[in-house]
Design a protein around this ligand. Sequence first.
Ligand SMILES: Cc1cc2nc3c(=O)[nH]c(=O)nc-3n(C[C@H](O)[C@H](O)[C@H](O)COP(=O)(O)OP(=O)(O)OC[C@H]3O[C@@H](n4cnc5c(N)ncnc54)[C@H](O)[C@@H]3O)c2cc1C
Ligand code: FES
Length: 365
Amino acid sequence: MSSYLTLQVVALTQETPDTVTIHLERPDGQPVVSQPGQFLTLLVPCGPAGARPERRAYSLSSTPAEAPRLSVTVKRVLGGLVSNYLLDNVKVGQTYEVLPPLGNFVVKPSPGAARSLVLIGAGSGITPLMSMLKAVLAQEPRSHVLLIYGNRNENTVIFKQQLAALEASSSGRLQVEYVYSQPLGAVGAHQHTGRLNRTTLLRILEHRHQFPAPQAEYYICGPEGLMTEAQAALELLNVPATRIRRESFVAAADAAEAGDQHGDALAGPDDGTVKTRSVKVQYEGSDYVFEVPPSKTILDAALDLDIDLPYSCQAGLCTACRGKCLSGKVHLDEREGLSDAELAKGYVLTCVAHPLTADVVIEIG
Ligand SMILES: Cc1cc2nc3c(=O)[nH]c(=O)nc-3n(C[C@H](O)[C@H](O)[C@H](O)COP(=O)(O)OP(=O)(O)OC[C@H]3O[C@@H](n4cnc5c(N)ncnc54)[C@H](O)[C@@H]3O)c2cc1C
Ligand code: FES
């Protein structure tokens, strides 16, 4: 799990003025196993000398068929530490340490499948969807993909040319509906003006009589507002929750304050309180026992002691730090990355976890 890879930047593609695709390969040219929709964790040494490198998750916009190349597409975030550093400093020939591809927001293409995928994304949320749609179009000749893609205007569309080329060569198997909140010019066919909210989504989805098929699978990736709106639209269309998959890049603004509503793993009515407690973490054959003060998460406390536990986003979104709570109770500040089924089985995310009882044992791996 903690086996870091070193990847070299072999090419760069400027997608929009504030978005670049970084193409990476192992220096020995060996492929790295990945699935469409997974992300890489880049370790970026952008802090002061001697500081631990910053880690950020970036979804793969490439597909496994493009191996040995792995591509990530980074959009500049206003005031953001790593995205700005990468946009301003990345160069062909540099090397970066990364964690191997991770994540469960994936499609598994199967040549015999004949399915409908509806991909809903906005801004940089296109990246995992791009990987998925390329893989499905290439490997599932009888499947159809509808992409609903929101952007501020025509100039901020990431992968604009690639999408146009894929759509043109797909014999109708890929259809893209663009939604612009502030279009620069008059909008044409398959272009919509306004916010990518539930009204727009319902208008697009309800006006398609043949497609999406009733059994469509829905994948959503974008800012929190889009997630909420898409979820609401799909509920109104009676799409079962089991056919909806979602990935967030940013924790909800109120996640930390709303902790108690986000759930306590293995919680019952007699929960303890968040105070300094000892926990045991079992990882790669070792037992680590350490104290977690209330101001720290279990992951933070471990990293302070140089215990090299796995992690990426540190925001409860990506599951890189996932472990199973074997005993005791744990409070999670954020649970976006875990399904209800995972929570019920006792899975926790150490980056947002605080021990609530004295007997917490977490197994990672
Ligand atoms: C599973 C996963 C996959 C991801 N894939 C991609 C990807 O393919 N492409 C990509 O560009 N980013 C992606 N991200 C987001 C990425 O990891 C970083 O969070 C992002 O680049 C910002 O990092 P930063 O250091 O520049 O900003 P920070 O210094 O960490 O944050 C600065 C401020 O910006 C806010 N912020 C952070 N991210 C965003 C965002 N995406 N939009 C708006 N505000 C934000 C923060 O809440 C904070 O207030 C992904 C995140 C996750 C969890
Ligand atoms: S490090 Fe991403 S969920 Fe914990």
